[in-house]
Each structure stands twice: as C-alpha cells, then as structure tokens.
Design a protein around this ligand. Structure first.
Ligand code: MN3
Length: 194
C-alpha cells in the first residue's frame, strides 16, 4: 500500500506565495488521487519500492500515477515556510555551474516557461554534474537516470487559483519558499550514492 504523506507544514504556511486553498486541493485531492490510482493499479502484484517500480515499469498508468505520487512527495519537502538559505557545497556547485544563484534561477525559470502544457522543471544530478531539465506530465527524472534535487510543479493546478494564467509570477514567487537545506541534503545523498 502506498500512502499519502502528511504535509510537513500547515496548508496556509506557504502564504502569501502559495495559498491554502491551492495546497488543500493539490495535496488533499490531486496527490491523494495519484496514490489511490497507484494502489488500484498495483493491487495483487508484488509490491516494489516506488523508485524501483518507476525505473522498471512499462505501464503508462503506473508511470503517470506513480510518478505523480513520487514527484509530489518530493515537492512538499522542497518547500518550507519563509524559505531557507542556500549554503555549503551545493551553493558552490551552483555558482560554478551556472555563474551564480541568479543565473541558475534565470535558466530554471526559462525552462519552466518553455515547458509546454503540464509538467515539471528540475535541478538534477546527471552523470555527476548539476543540470536543469524538464519533464512532461508526471514523468520523473529518475525514469531517465537523473537524480532530482529540486523541482517545481508547473501544472496549472499548482498555481491557477492565485496566479491564474501567470506561470512566470508563480515561479518568481516560489523562490521565496525553497527549502535549500533539504535540496542540499538531496545533493549530499546523490553524491554519496554515486
Ligand atoms: Mn501537481
């Protein structure tokens, strides 16, 4: 059985950048539905670790719903009320890869605007190096061998109530609530596993 993880903060904790109603629907309805559908799809089969399942399945419905569960579980943890500071090894590597943090944000935002339709934009480790990539639908970087460190959901359901059509405003505001400490932990873990 896969289960919906609790949010690590109350639904209104990311205001004014992400509103409580969006969080209630996004976590309590969208994410919950991916979990329910995933459980319906794997019923009666040997249950695998979710990462293993996503790396090996050919079933598009499992990719969509399992990817949805995996990506959103990461997404909630990548944000924190008030944000946290980017420091340490990850800060250095972002600077050496993208020039500086603003250079990174610019490229990441451009990828977010360039993703046509629904999907995600990611900071990943790819072959030991930092890279920005985007994925359609609920595809996850782990399906193509990259390790996600930070990701933003650019489906309209992630921002429509507060930002309407304005994806760029959503991304601009989202930088205020990044849990860089968690992203740095993800980076350390990715390096330890490689
Ligand atoms: Mn979503």
């Amino acid at each position: 059985m896969f289960t919906l993880p609790d949010l690590p903060y109350p639904t209104n904790a990311l205001e004014p950048y992400i509103d409580a109603q969006t969080m209630e629907i996004h976590h309590g309805k969208h994410h919950a539905t991916y979990v329910k559908n995933l459980n319906d799809l794997v019923t009666g089969k040997e249950e695998k670790d979710l990462e293993e399942l996503l790396k090996t399945t050919d079933n598009q419905k499992i990719k969509n719903n399992g990817g949805g569960h995996y990506n959103h579980s990461l997404f909630w943890q990548m944000m924190t009320p008030g944000g946290s500071r980017l420091e340490g090894k990850l800060a250095e590597t972002i600077n050496s890869t993208f020039g500086n943090l603003d250079g990174f944000k610019e490229k990441f935002t451009a990828a977010g605007l360039g993703r046509f339709g629904s999907g995600w934009v990611w900071l990943v480790v790819d072959g030991g190096k930092l890279a920005i990539m985007d994925t359609p639908n609920q595809d996850s970087p782990i399906m193509s061998g990259q390790t996600p460190l930070l990701g933003i959901d650019v489906w309209e359901h992630a921002y429509y109530i507060l930002y309407k059509w304005n994806r760029v405003e959503y991304i601009k505001n989202w930088w205020n609530i990044i849990n860089w400490q968690k992203v740095d932990e993800n980076y350390s873990q990715a390096q330890a596993n490689s």
